[in-house]
Design a protein around this ligand. Structure first.
Ligand code: UD1
Ligand code: UDP
Length: 373
Protein backbone atom coordinates (compact mmCIF):
# COMPACT_ATOMS: atom_id res chain seq x y z
CA UNK A 1 0.00 0.00 0.00
CA UNK A 2 1.35 3.45 -0.93
CA UNK A 3 1.84 6.01 1.82
CA UNK A 4 0.84 9.67 1.52
CA UNK A 5 2.06 12.55 3.63
CA UNK A 6 -0.07 15.70 3.30
CA UNK A 7 1.69 18.76 4.74
CA UNK A 8 0.44 22.29 5.33
CA UNK A 9 1.07 25.16 7.70
CA UNK A 10 -1.09 28.25 7.24
CA UNK A 11 -4.83 28.96 7.31
CA UNK A 12 -5.40 29.03 3.52
CA UNK A 13 -3.37 25.86 2.93
CA UNK A 14 -5.37 24.09 5.64
CA UNK A 15 -8.69 25.15 4.10
CA UNK A 16 -7.61 24.08 0.63
CA UNK A 17 -5.99 20.79 1.73
CA UNK A 18 -8.86 19.80 4.05
CA UNK A 19 -11.03 18.27 1.26
CA UNK A 20 -8.05 16.23 0.03
CA UNK A 21 -7.31 15.06 3.58
CA UNK A 22 -10.93 13.99 4.10
CA UNK A 23 -11.11 12.23 0.73
CA UNK A 24 -7.78 10.38 1.18
CA UNK A 25 -8.62 9.43 4.78
CA UNK A 26 -11.77 7.67 3.60
CA UNK A 27 -9.88 5.89 0.80
CA UNK A 28 -8.55 2.58 2.09
CA UNK A 29 -6.23 2.04 -0.89
CA UNK A 30 -3.76 4.51 0.68
CA UNK A 31 -2.16 4.98 4.05
CA UNK A 32 -2.45 8.75 4.62
CA UNK A 33 -0.65 10.78 7.28
CA UNK A 34 -1.10 14.48 8.01
CA UNK A 35 1.67 16.83 9.10
CA UNK A 36 1.17 20.48 10.05
CA UNK A 37 4.18 22.76 10.32
CA UNK A 38 1.96 25.21 12.22
CA UNK A 39 3.56 28.17 10.45
CA UNK A 40 0.27 29.65 11.69
CA UNK A 41 -1.03 28.51 15.07
CA UNK A 42 -4.43 29.91 16.11
CA UNK A 43 -5.53 30.54 12.50
CA UNK A 44 -4.55 26.97 11.54
CA UNK A 45 -6.23 25.42 14.57
CA UNK A 46 -9.52 27.16 13.70
CA UNK A 47 -9.53 25.26 10.39
CA UNK A 48 -8.46 21.90 11.85
CA UNK A 49 -11.31 22.11 14.33
CA UNK A 50 -13.94 22.96 11.71
CA UNK A 51 -12.94 20.10 9.40
CA UNK A 52 -12.27 17.76 12.36
CA UNK A 53 -8.71 16.99 11.25
CA UNK A 54 -6.25 15.64 13.82
CA UNK A 55 -2.66 15.82 12.52
CA UNK A 56 -0.29 12.89 12.97
CA UNK A 57 2.66 15.30 13.20
CA UNK A 58 2.67 18.88 14.48
CA UNK A 59 5.94 20.82 14.15
CA UNK A 60 4.56 23.82 16.06
CA UNK A 61 7.12 26.16 14.44
CA UNK A 62 5.30 29.52 14.68
CA UNK A 63 7.08 32.31 16.54
CA UNK A 64 5.73 35.83 17.10
CA UNK A 65 6.68 38.09 14.16
CA UNK A 66 8.72 35.28 12.62
CA UNK A 67 11.15 35.86 9.75
CA UNK A 68 11.56 33.94 6.52
CA UNK A 69 15.12 32.74 7.25
CA UNK A 70 14.38 31.03 10.55
CA UNK A 71 11.03 29.70 9.37
CA UNK A 72 12.51 28.09 6.24
CA UNK A 73 15.48 26.58 8.06
CA UNK A 74 13.40 25.18 10.93
CA UNK A 75 10.83 23.58 8.64
CA UNK A 76 13.48 21.84 6.51
CA UNK A 77 15.29 20.49 9.59
CA UNK A 78 12.13 19.33 11.35
CA UNK A 79 10.75 17.70 8.22
CA UNK A 80 13.75 15.33 8.06
CA UNK A 81 12.53 13.66 11.25
CA UNK A 82 8.92 13.45 10.03
CA UNK A 83 9.85 12.08 6.61
CA UNK A 84 12.12 9.42 8.08
CA UNK A 85 9.35 8.36 10.43
CA UNK A 86 6.40 8.45 8.00
CA UNK A 87 8.37 7.09 5.00
CA UNK A 88 5.97 8.50 2.41
CA UNK A 89 5.87 7.58 -1.26
CA UNK A 90 4.04 10.82 -2.04
CA UNK A 91 4.31 14.18 -0.26
CA UNK A 92 1.58 16.74 -0.99
CA UNK A 93 2.24 20.47 -0.63
CA UNK A 94 -0.01 23.37 -1.47
CA UNK A 95 0.43 26.64 -3.31
CA UNK A 96 3.08 29.17 -2.42
CA UNK A 97 3.82 29.58 1.27
CA UNK A 98 7.16 29.13 3.00
CA UNK A 99 5.80 25.82 4.33
CA UNK A 100 5.10 24.59 0.77
CA UNK A 101 8.52 25.56 -0.55
CA UNK A 102 10.52 24.27 2.45
CA UNK A 103 8.56 20.99 2.68
CA UNK A 104 9.01 20.54 -1.08
CA UNK A 105 12.78 20.82 -0.67
CA UNK A 106 12.82 18.41 2.29
CA UNK A 107 10.66 15.86 0.45
CA UNK A 108 13.00 16.05 -2.55
CA UNK A 109 16.02 15.43 -0.29
CA UNK A 110 14.21 12.46 1.23
CA UNK A 111 13.35 11.05 -2.20
CA UNK A 112 9.54 11.06 -2.10
CA UNK A 113 7.48 12.09 -5.11
CA UNK A 114 6.37 15.68 -4.63
CA UNK A 115 2.75 16.46 -5.52
CA UNK A 116 1.95 20.16 -5.88
CA UNK A 117 -1.66 21.14 -5.30
CA UNK A 118 -2.69 24.54 -6.77
CA UNK A 119 0.24 24.46 -9.17
CA UNK A 120 1.11 26.86 -11.98
CA UNK A 121 -0.21 30.20 -10.68
CA UNK A 122 2.14 32.94 -11.83
CA UNK A 123 2.64 36.70 -11.98
CA UNK A 124 6.23 36.25 -13.26
CA UNK A 125 7.25 39.13 -11.00
CA UNK A 126 9.27 37.83 -8.05
CA UNK A 127 8.46 40.86 -5.90
CA UNK A 128 4.66 40.60 -6.31
CA UNK A 129 3.57 38.73 -4.36
CA UNK A 130 6.67 38.41 -2.17
CA UNK A 131 7.88 35.78 -1.39
CA UNK A 132 5.00 33.68 -2.80
CA UNK A 133 5.86 34.02 -6.50
CA UNK A 134 9.33 32.63 -5.87
CA UNK A 135 7.97 29.93 -3.52
CA UNK A 136 5.58 28.57 -6.13
CA UNK A 137 8.11 28.73 -8.98
CA UNK A 138 10.59 26.81 -6.86
CA UNK A 139 7.96 24.28 -5.76
CA UNK A 140 7.02 23.85 -9.43
CA UNK A 141 10.66 23.00 -10.22
CA UNK A 142 10.80 20.44 -7.41
CA UNK A 143 7.40 18.81 -7.96
CA UNK A 144 6.91 15.52 -9.82
CA UNK A 145 3.15 15.96 -10.26
CA UNK A 146 1.32 19.26 -10.74
CA UNK A 147 -2.37 19.75 -9.95
CA UNK A 148 -3.29 22.92 -11.82
CA UNK A 149 -6.58 24.58 -10.90
CA UNK A 150 -7.27 26.03 -14.37
CA UNK A 151 -6.17 25.63 -17.99
CA UNK A 152 -4.28 28.90 -17.69
CA UNK A 153 -2.20 27.58 -14.80
CA UNK A 154 -1.55 24.35 -16.73
CA UNK A 155 -0.33 26.38 -19.72
CA UNK A 156 2.06 28.34 -17.49
CA UNK A 157 3.64 25.05 -16.45
CA UNK A 158 3.86 23.74 -20.02
CA UNK A 159 5.64 26.96 -21.03
CA UNK A 160 8.18 26.18 -18.30
CA UNK A 161 8.88 22.83 -20.00
CA UNK A 162 7.06 20.68 -17.44
CA UNK A 163 6.02 17.43 -19.14
CA UNK A 164 2.33 17.44 -20.07
CA UNK A 165 1.67 13.95 -18.63
CA UNK A 166 2.69 15.28 -15.20
CA UNK A 167 0.18 18.14 -15.18
CA UNK A 168 -3.58 17.85 -14.80
CA UNK A 169 -6.30 20.45 -14.53
CA UNK A 170 -8.32 19.63 -11.43
CA UNK A 171 -10.11 22.85 -10.48
CA UNK A 172 -9.22 24.45 -7.18
CA UNK A 173 -9.84 22.51 -3.97
CA UNK A 174 -10.94 25.84 -2.43
CA UNK A 175 -14.33 25.20 -4.06
CA UNK A 176 -14.46 21.64 -2.64
CA UNK A 177 -13.87 23.22 0.79
CA UNK A 178 -16.46 25.93 0.24
CA UNK A 179 -19.15 23.41 -0.71
CA UNK A 180 -18.36 21.24 2.33
CA UNK A 181 -18.33 24.36 4.51
CA UNK A 182 -21.62 25.82 3.25
CA UNK A 183 -23.39 22.48 3.63
CA UNK A 184 -22.15 22.12 7.21
CA UNK A 185 -23.01 25.71 8.20
CA UNK A 186 -26.53 25.33 6.76
CA UNK A 187 -27.45 22.21 8.74
CA UNK A 188 -29.95 22.74 11.59
CA UNK A 189 -27.63 21.22 14.19
CA UNK A 190 -24.79 23.63 13.38
CA UNK A 191 -24.46 26.21 16.13
CA UNK A 192 -21.66 28.73 16.11
CA UNK A 193 -20.98 31.38 18.72
CA UNK A 194 -19.07 33.61 16.27
CA UNK A 195 -22.03 33.68 13.88
CA UNK A 196 -24.37 34.50 16.78
CA UNK A 197 -22.06 37.34 17.79
CA UNK A 198 -21.94 38.70 14.22
CA UNK A 199 -25.76 38.74 14.18
CA UNK A 200 -25.63 40.95 17.28
CA UNK A 201 -22.98 43.43 16.11
CA UNK A 202 -23.98 43.83 12.45
CA UNK A 203 -26.94 45.79 11.11
CA UNK A 204 -28.14 43.90 8.03
CA UNK A 205 -30.28 46.87 6.91
CA UNK A 206 -26.95 48.47 5.99
CA UNK A 207 -24.59 47.45 3.18
CA UNK A 208 -21.87 45.27 4.69
CA UNK A 209 -18.34 45.71 3.31
CA UNK A 210 -16.04 42.85 4.31
CA UNK A 211 -12.32 43.64 4.42
CA UNK A 212 -9.18 41.52 4.87
CA UNK A 213 -5.51 42.17 4.18
CA UNK A 214 -2.15 40.63 4.97
CA UNK A 215 0.23 40.67 1.97
CA UNK A 216 3.83 41.33 2.92
CA UNK A 217 4.36 43.75 0.02
CA UNK A 218 1.44 45.86 1.34
CA UNK A 219 2.95 46.15 4.84
CA UNK A 220 3.81 49.77 5.59
CA UNK A 221 2.54 52.45 3.20
CA UNK A 222 0.18 50.19 1.23
CA UNK A 223 -1.71 49.17 4.35
CA UNK A 224 -1.79 52.77 5.61
CA UNK A 225 -3.36 53.87 2.31
CA UNK A 226 -5.97 51.09 2.55
CA UNK A 227 -6.87 52.21 6.10
CA UNK A 228 -7.17 55.86 4.99
CA UNK A 229 -9.51 54.75 2.19
CA UNK A 230 -11.65 52.67 4.59
CA UNK A 231 -11.92 55.59 7.01
CA UNK A 232 -13.10 57.92 4.23
CA UNK A 233 -15.60 55.36 2.88
CA UNK A 234 -17.03 54.89 6.39
CA UNK A 235 -17.32 58.64 6.98
CA UNK A 236 -18.96 59.31 3.61
CA UNK A 237 -21.45 56.41 3.80
CA UNK A 238 -23.31 56.14 7.09
CA UNK A 239 -25.57 53.47 5.53
CA UNK A 240 -22.52 51.20 5.18
CA UNK A 241 -20.89 48.98 7.83
CA UNK A 242 -17.32 47.88 7.32
CA UNK A 243 -16.29 44.67 9.07
CA UNK A 244 -12.60 43.80 9.13
CA UNK A 245 -11.36 40.49 10.65
CA UNK A 246 -7.77 41.57 11.28
CA UNK A 247 -4.93 39.11 10.48
CA UNK A 248 -2.78 38.27 13.54
CA UNK A 249 0.48 39.34 11.88
CA UNK A 250 1.72 42.23 14.11
CA UNK A 251 2.69 44.17 10.96
CA UNK A 252 -1.02 44.20 10.12
CA UNK A 253 -2.68 44.27 13.55
CA UNK A 254 -0.80 47.27 14.91
CA UNK A 255 -1.45 49.83 12.13
CA UNK A 256 -5.03 48.65 11.53
CA UNK A 257 -6.09 48.96 15.19
CA UNK A 258 -4.21 52.28 15.52
CA UNK A 259 -5.86 53.85 12.47
CA UNK A 260 -9.34 52.35 12.45
CA UNK A 261 -10.38 51.89 16.09
CA UNK A 262 -13.21 54.04 17.42
CA UNK A 263 -15.01 54.68 14.10
CA UNK A 264 -18.69 53.88 14.65
CA UNK A 265 -19.32 52.05 11.37
CA UNK A 266 -15.99 50.18 11.22
CA UNK A 267 -15.93 46.95 13.23
CA UNK A 268 -12.55 45.34 13.86
CA UNK A 269 -12.61 41.69 14.96
CA UNK A 270 -10.10 38.85 15.40
CA UNK A 271 -9.72 36.44 12.44
CA UNK A 272 -12.97 34.53 12.09
CA UNK A 273 -13.13 30.77 11.97
CA UNK A 274 -13.92 29.48 8.47
CA UNK A 275 -17.61 28.80 9.24
CA UNK A 276 -18.29 32.35 10.37
CA UNK A 277 -16.20 33.80 7.56
CA UNK A 278 -18.06 32.05 4.74
CA UNK A 279 -21.36 32.91 6.45
CA UNK A 280 -20.28 36.57 6.54
CA UNK A 281 -19.08 36.57 2.91
CA UNK A 282 -22.55 35.44 1.89
CA UNK A 283 -24.15 38.30 3.87
CA UNK A 284 -21.76 40.97 2.49
CA UNK A 285 -22.49 43.52 -0.20
CA UNK A 286 -18.91 43.65 -1.43
CA UNK A 287 -15.43 42.49 -0.40
CA UNK A 288 -12.17 44.46 -0.31
CA UNK A 289 -9.15 42.17 0.10
CA UNK A 290 -5.63 41.23 -0.97
CA UNK A 291 -6.30 37.56 -0.21
CA UNK A 292 -5.77 34.88 -2.84
CA UNK A 293 -8.35 32.45 -1.49
CA UNK A 294 -11.09 35.04 -1.12
CA UNK A 295 -10.66 36.08 -4.77
CA UNK A 296 -11.41 32.45 -5.65
CA UNK A 297 -14.34 31.95 -3.27
CA UNK A 298 -16.28 35.17 -3.86
CA UNK A 299 -17.44 34.41 -7.44
CA UNK A 300 -19.24 31.31 -6.08
CA UNK A 301 -21.26 33.59 -3.84
CA UNK A 302 -21.80 36.30 -6.46
CA UNK A 303 -19.91 38.93 -4.45
CA UNK A 304 -17.87 41.65 -6.18
CA UNK A 305 -14.25 41.84 -5.02
CA UNK A 306 -11.91 44.84 -5.08
CA UNK A 307 -8.37 43.47 -4.84
CA UNK A 308 -5.85 45.76 -3.17
CA UNK A 309 -2.97 44.58 -5.33
CA UNK A 310 -1.49 45.69 -8.66
CA UNK A 311 -1.08 42.20 -10.10
CA UNK A 312 -2.75 38.85 -9.57
CA UNK A 313 -1.84 35.27 -10.36
CA UNK A 314 -5.59 34.66 -10.57
CA UNK A 315 -6.59 36.61 -13.71
CA UNK A 316 -9.56 34.37 -14.55
CA UNK A 317 -12.09 36.23 -12.39
CA UNK A 318 -10.64 39.61 -13.43
CA UNK A 319 -11.30 38.61 -17.06
CA UNK A 320 -14.85 37.63 -16.10
CA UNK A 321 -15.24 41.06 -14.38
CA UNK A 322 -16.23 39.78 -10.94
CA UNK A 323 -12.87 40.87 -9.50
CA UNK A 324 -11.26 44.29 -10.03
CA UNK A 325 -7.65 45.16 -9.21
CA UNK A 326 -7.50 48.51 -7.40
CA UNK A 327 -3.96 48.49 -5.96
CA UNK A 328 -3.25 50.44 -2.78
CA UNK A 329 -3.95 53.97 -3.98
CA UNK A 330 -6.46 55.37 -1.47
CA UNK A 331 -8.37 57.48 -3.99
CA UNK A 332 -8.76 54.57 -6.43
CA UNK A 333 -10.11 52.33 -3.63
CA UNK A 334 -12.56 55.06 -2.55
CA UNK A 335 -13.73 55.73 -6.13
CA UNK A 336 -14.36 52.09 -7.05
CA UNK A 337 -16.09 51.35 -3.73
CA UNK A 338 -18.28 54.42 -4.12
CA UNK A 339 -19.20 53.29 -7.65
CA UNK A 340 -20.21 49.84 -6.35
CA UNK A 341 -22.30 51.45 -3.59
CA UNK A 342 -24.22 53.83 -5.83
CA UNK A 343 -24.13 52.44 -9.41
CA UNK A 344 -26.48 49.45 -9.50
CA UNK A 345 -25.60 48.52 -13.09
CA UNK A 346 -21.87 48.46 -12.29
CA UNK A 347 -22.62 46.40 -9.17
CA UNK A 348 -24.77 43.88 -11.06
CA UNK A 349 -22.04 43.48 -13.71
CA UNK A 350 -19.57 42.44 -10.99
CA UNK A 351 -21.85 40.16 -8.99
CA UNK A 352 -22.37 37.32 -11.45
CA UNK A 353 -22.74 33.87 -9.93
CA UNK A 354 -20.12 31.98 -11.88
CA UNK A 355 -16.84 30.51 -10.72
CA UNK A 356 -13.91 29.90 -13.09
CA UNK A 357 -11.87 28.20 -10.33
CA UNK A 358 -13.62 24.90 -9.91
CA UNK A 359 -16.66 22.68 -9.50
CA UNK A 360 -15.97 21.10 -6.10
CA UNK A 361 -14.46 17.87 -7.45
CA UNK A 362 -10.76 18.78 -7.50
CA UNK A 363 -9.76 16.41 -4.67
CA UNK A 364 -11.34 13.44 -6.41
CA UNK A 365 -9.47 14.24 -9.64
CA UNK A 366 -6.20 14.38 -7.69
CA UNK A 367 -6.84 11.00 -6.04
CA UNK A 368 -7.90 9.48 -9.34
CA UNK A 369 -4.65 10.63 -10.98
CA UNK A 370 -2.48 9.27 -8.15
CA UNK A 371 -4.35 5.93 -8.21
CA UNK A 372 -3.57 5.53 -11.90
CA UNK A 373 0.17 6.15 -11.55
C1 UD1 B 1 1.52 33.61 5.44
C2 UD1 B 1 2.08 33.24 4.06
C3 UD1 B 1 1.23 33.86 2.96
C4 UD1 B 1 -0.24 33.51 3.13
C5 UD1 B 1 -0.67 33.91 4.52
C6 UD1 B 1 -2.10 33.51 4.75
C7 UD1 B 1 4.50 32.97 3.75
C8 UD1 B 1 5.79 33.66 3.57
N1 UD1 B 1 3.43 33.76 3.93
O1 UD1 B 1 1.70 35.00 5.63
O2 UD1 B 1 1.68 33.39 1.69
O3 UD1 B 1 -0.97 34.20 2.15
O4 UD1 B 1 0.15 33.26 5.50
O5 UD1 B 1 -2.68 34.15 5.85
O6 UD1 B 1 4.44 31.76 3.75
N2 UD1 B 1 0.36 34.95 13.55
C9 UD1 B 1 -0.19 34.56 14.76
N3 UD1 B 1 -1.08 33.51 14.77
C10 UD1 B 1 -1.46 32.85 13.65
C11 UD1 B 1 -0.92 33.27 12.41
C12 UD1 B 1 0.01 34.30 12.38
O7 UD1 B 1 0.12 35.12 15.79
O8 UD1 B 1 -2.27 31.91 13.73
C13 UD1 B 1 1.36 36.05 13.52
C14 UD1 B 1 2.71 35.62 14.15
O9 UD1 B 1 3.25 36.71 14.82
C15 UD1 B 1 3.54 35.25 12.92
C16 UD1 B 1 3.06 36.33 11.95
O10 UD1 B 1 1.65 36.42 12.18
O11 UD1 B 1 4.92 35.30 13.15
C17 UD1 B 1 3.36 36.08 10.49
O12 UD1 B 1 2.98 34.79 10.05
P1 UD1 B 1 3.61 34.24 8.66
O13 UD1 B 1 3.02 32.91 8.36
O14 UD1 B 1 5.10 34.34 8.67
O15 UD1 B 1 3.14 35.33 7.61
P2 UD1 B 1 1.69 35.67 7.06
O16 UD1 B 1 1.69 37.14 6.82
O17 UD1 B 1 0.68 35.08 7.94
N1 UDP C 1 -10.67 33.26 6.06
C1 UDP C 1 -11.14 32.83 7.32
N2 UDP C 1 -11.27 33.76 8.32
C2 UDP C 1 -10.94 35.08 8.14
C3 UDP C 1 -10.45 35.49 6.88
C4 UDP C 1 -10.31 34.56 5.87
O1 UDP C 1 -11.45 31.65 7.51
O2 UDP C 1 -11.09 35.87 9.10
C5 UDP C 1 -10.50 32.25 5.00
C6 UDP C 1 -11.09 32.59 3.65
O3 UDP C 1 -12.41 32.07 3.52
C7 UDP C 1 -10.11 31.94 2.67
C8 UDP C 1 -8.79 31.93 3.41
O4 UDP C 1 -9.10 32.16 4.77
O5 UDP C 1 -10.46 30.59 2.41
C9 UDP C 1 -7.86 32.99 2.88
O6 UDP C 1 -6.75 33.10 3.73
P1 UDP C 1 -5.74 34.32 3.64
O7 UDP C 1 -6.43 35.49 3.07
O8 UDP C 1 -5.13 34.44 5.00
O9 UDP C 1 -4.59 33.78 2.70
P2 UDP C 1 -4.38 33.75 1.10
O10 UDP C 1 -5.55 33.08 0.49
O11 UDP C 1 -4.18 35.15 0.64
O12 UDP C 1 -3.10 32.98 0.95
Amino acid sequence: MKTNLIVFGTRPEAIKMAPLVLAFKSNLEFNTNICVTAQHREMLDQVLEFFEIVPDYDLNVMKPNQNLYGLTATIIEEMKIVLEDAQPDYVYVHGDTTTSMAVGIAAFYYGAKVCHVEAGLRTYDRKYPFPEEFNRQLTGKIADYHFAPTLLSKNNLLQENIKEQNVIVTGNTVIDALLIGIEKVNTNEFKDSEIENLKLILDFQKKIILVTGHRRENHGQGLLNICIALKTIAEQNKDVQIIYPVHLNPNVEKPVYELLSGISNIILVKPLAYAAFIWLMEKSYLIITDSGGIQEEAPSLGKPVLVTRNTTERPEAVEESTVLLVGTDAQKIINETQKLISDKEFYNGMSMLHNPYGDGKASFRIIDYIKKL
